[in-house]
Write a protein that binds this ligand. Structure first.
Ligand SMILES: NC(=O)c1ccc[n+]([C@@H]2O[C@H](COP(=O)([O-])OP(=O)(O)OC[C@H]3O[C@@H](n4cnc5c(N)ncnc54)[C@H](OP(=O)(O)O)[C@@H]3O)[C@@H](O)[C@H]2O)c1
Length: 319
């Protein structure tokens, strides 16, 4: 491939929150250019200087890579059409994340598989942060499989998409804070557990409770990890530091914990740890922060696209 040429990219679902983020990031990408962008109700409108077309009218032949930010349940069909037209694709929806036909694109963990892939399933926003926190501990046999890993996570409202919903009106969410999909009902849980098993062999219970945070973007996860042996803070930080030493998109904090301001508008997961005092059995609290629209969606998709194309992995991204 000529690395000086700009790779033509098609964006499906470009008028949504994730699609807009893809257009924003691709506008600053020196090795890629958008050749078409689709919308449903917003078809015919202009965005980033481009007229949005219906997905059925997308000129697939013009693209080398298709990035799909279509809704769950719609995306898979159009990603298959792109593949049938011979295009490489990254699906940002949940449609293919549990399917063997796609490589799961958790870049830091599955990079060699992404590099050879024609089709990548981009991970969910909550699982991306949780998996980068849990896999290093699980791979070392540090998580006690007889006790539950508990993940309490809070996401900004863009996590729910741009389609109007009454429960997401400003008057409903402002100055409030609430849990949803309680009782392990969130669709990200099977994805998270499958990836944790595949990458580390850990098959213990995970309890995942998401919350709606009245901010636009960003996720903070408080992950309670039951340990097989005592770990002090420096040792735990040292594990993450070793694993992620050469990773530009993972920030390991020292003696500090991340908050949303460490990650918003960045293609980054920030991790911090705290040893837990006054408990009978060893435990670690890991705090993980991520921008749901960047490393949790559009940014990681572009990171994966760069790897698939043999481009510098962080081209067009600010980690
Ligand atoms: N939001 C996040 O934080 C996040 C993070 C990770 C992954 N994801 C995934 O990324 C995808 C996009 O999420 P989002 O939050 O950007 O959703 P969104 O804001 O609702 O955007 C959906 C996009 O798809 C288009 N669309 C809707 N129904 C369609 C249909 N039947 N046929 C063709 N196009 C249709 C919409 O066009 P109109 O605007 O014209 O209706 C819009 O461009 C979803 O699969 C979601 O699960 C989202």
């Amino acid at each position: 491939m000529n690395i000086n040429a700009s790779v033509p990219v098609g964006v499906l679902g470009a008028s949504g929150y994730v699609g807009r983020e893809l257009l924003r990031l691709l506008a600053g990408h020196p090795g890629a250019s958008v050749v078409f962008a689709t919308a449903e109700a917003a078809a015919g409108e202009r965005l980033e200087g481009r007229r949005l077309v219906k997905v059925e009218d997308a000129p697939l032949a013009r693209a080398e890579v298709v990035l799909s930010a279509l809704p769950h349940g719609v995306s898979g069909r159009f990603v298959h059409e792109a593949r049938a037209a011979g295009k490489r694709a990254v699906d940002l929806s949940a449609d293919l994340r549990l399917s063997p036909e796609a490589v799961y694109g958790l870049t830091e963990v599955t990079r060699p598989r992404v590099a050879g892939a024609e089709l990548v399933a981009n991970p969910g926003c909550y699982p991306t942060a949780a998996l980068l926190a849990l896999i290093p501990l699980a791979q070392r046999g540090l998580i006690d499989p007889e006790r539950e890993v508990v993940i309490d996570a809070a996401s900004g409202v863009t996590g729910a998409g741009r389609n109007p919903k009454r429960e997401l009106l400003f008057g409903e969410v402002a100055e409030d804070f609430r849990a949803y999909a309680v009782g392990n009902e969130h669709r990200h849980l099977p994805e998270l557990k499958a990836a944790l098993d595949r990458e580390s062999g850990f098959v213990g219970d995970v309890v995942f409770t998401p919350h709606l945070l009245p901010v636009k973007r960003g996720i903070l996860e408080t992950i309670h990890v039951p340990l097989t042996r005592l770990l002090d803070q420096a040792t735990a930080e040292g594990i993450y530091e070793t694993v992620y030493a050469d990773e530009p998109c993972v920030q390991v904090m020292h003696g500090a914990l991340p908050s949303l301001k460490d990650v918003v508008y960045r293609n980054r997961v920030a991790l911090g740890v705290a040893a837990v005092a006054n408990v009978r059995r060893p435990r670690l609290t890991v705090i993980a922060a991520i921008d749901n629209l960047v490393k949790g969606a559009a940014g990681q998709a572009i990171q994966n696209m760069n790897v698939m194309l043999g481009l510098s992995e962080t081209l067009g991204l600010t980690c």
